[in-house]
Design a protein around this ligand. Structure first.
Ligand SMILES: [Cu+2]
Length: 437
């Protein structure tokens, strides 16, 4: 009987491994896309497990990057302690280790060329939960009592062995109960987390009042200019500095010429609280549209639109960056020497019904902005802007489903990253009304 009990307890002990680690947000990497010094990169700050300790920072490049490495500076907001280093952007970057002394709010300053970005982030370290203490404690107590029970049983003192075995069973029961119920109990906030929101923010924050403008107000064709995004709180008017990284960026900005021949999908740099900036240039005069997607913490996603005019005369200069300035005649787009034609099902999309858009990606795909593919769609007049993703695993094609809101002509761009560049495939879509069929 005692031996049976002990065996049963031993079996439970062997099977009841402690619950797998909780969803460790504190151990998660921070990934922020940035358009800096004309290059599209993603900065990765690896999750930390201890402080003081190393913070690993790498910069992923999506095209070959030359020039000096990117300057890194990590500063603790609480005590001002600053550590510096450099990182070379590469497809598979080396991670630079900077020693941080404490958890809590920090700022990462990136410098490349004459541009600087300041990214706020928190160094978080997971605390042990009370549940884990009970699981390991219960199993430890059970193990001690079980060994005692086995030894006592072996020395023929059945009464005491029985008591020890019962104690072991109780320890296992506590551990098992905690394993079952601990997943339903919220884990303690990690060390260094922001204070819990007060009741005033519990029902959400107001939308951002966003203003986009160019500096200078009217850029010249072929000249570099700055597109600024200024963010203020709708109720207080103060700068908004609580953008969440969504799709691996603080803001996604798409700039297109009215005719759609110019296209840039960029990720502005945070230069100060409530201020984002990105440098651009456009080769042709005319009207341009800017659409910005951003998401305020505890508020929701927003789409902000603006337009501006480029003056001067057309320049035939090649334009750098992750864009395209190709002919848009509805003809198949050229991509790395191959002709690529997106396939639409149905071939003529109907407003208000889903359309499947599929594109072969013979050069292979790697994730960019957390997705294998991006589809951006603008109505001819710029009044509508849509953005959907290919969520599947990287493969030899990307596929999207999109519902066009109204009949009419739309400008569309598929984007994906290969091993050494970001490919942009422009095309146009004519959408019919449902009754026209
Ligand atoms: Cu983006």
């Amino acid at each position: 009987m005692i031996r049976v009990l002990c065996l049963a307890a031993a079996l439970v002990l062997a099977l009841a491994a402690p619950a797998a680690a909780h969803t460790v947000t504190a151990g998660a990497d921070l990934r922020i896309a940035q358009t800096i010094a004309g290059a599209e990169v993603t900065v990765v700050v690896k999750g930390t497990t201890r402080v003081p300790g190393p913070l690993r920072i790498g910069v992923i490049a999506y095209q070959p990057v030359s020039g000096p490495p990117i300057g890194l500076e990590v500063r603790s907001v609480e005590d001002g302690r600053t550590v510096t280093g450099t990182a070379r952007a590469a497809a598979n970057p080396q991670y630079t280790q900077l020693r941080v002394e404490r958890t809590g709010p920090h700022e990462l300053k990136l410098s490349a060329g004459n541009e600087t970005a300041v990214i706020p982030f928190r160094v978080l370290v997971e605390r042990d939960s009370a549940g884990e203490f009970l699981i390991y404690g219960g199993l430890f107590v059970a193990a001690v009592l079980l060994v005692g029970g086995l030894l006592t049983g072996a020395t023929a003192r059945p009464g005491r062995a029985m008591a020890l075995a019962a104690g072991a069973a109780a320890g296992v029961t506590v551990a098992a109960m905690v394993i079952v119920f601990d997943s339903q109990v919220p884990a303690p906030p990690p060390d260094g987390a922001a204070p819990a929101p007060t009741t005033s923010t519990a029902e959400g924050r107001p939308y951002v009042q966003a203003r986009m403008e160019t500096v200078p107000a009217q850029p010249e064709a072929g000249e570099e200019f700055t597109l600024r995004v200024d963010l203020a709180d709708g109720s207080t008017g103060r700068p908004v500095d609580d953008l969440t990284a969504h799709h691996e960026a603080l803001a996604h900005v798409v700039v297109t010429s009215e005719d759609g021949r110019y296209f840039r999908h960029v990720h502005p740099l945070r230069t100060a609280p409530g201020h984002l900036e990105v440098r651009l240039s456009a080769g042709r005069p005319g009207r341009y549209l800017a659409h910005a997607e951003l998401e305020r913490e505890n508020s929701g996603g927003q789409l902000v639109a603006a337009d501006f005019t480029v003056g001067g005369t057309a320049r035939a200069s090649a334009e750098a960056g992750t864009g395209t300035e190709s002919g848009r005649t509805g003809a198949p787009a050229k991509q790395a020497g191959t002709t690529v034609t997106p396939r639409l099902h149905p071939a003529v999309p109907v407003a208000g019904r889903p359309t499947t858009i599929e594109l072969d990606t013979p050069g292979g795909v790697r994730a960019w902005l957390g997705m294998t593919g991006h589809l951006l769609i603008r109505s001819q007049d710029g009044g509508f802007f849509g953005h959907v993703h290919e969520m599947g695993a990287p493969g030899s094609r990307v596929r999207f489903t999109f519902g066009f809101p109204e009949p009419g002509r739309y400008l569309a761009w598929v984007q994906y990253a290969t091993a050494d560049r970001i490919v942009t495939v422009p095309f146009t879509v004519n959408v019919t009304a449902p009754e026209a069929r």
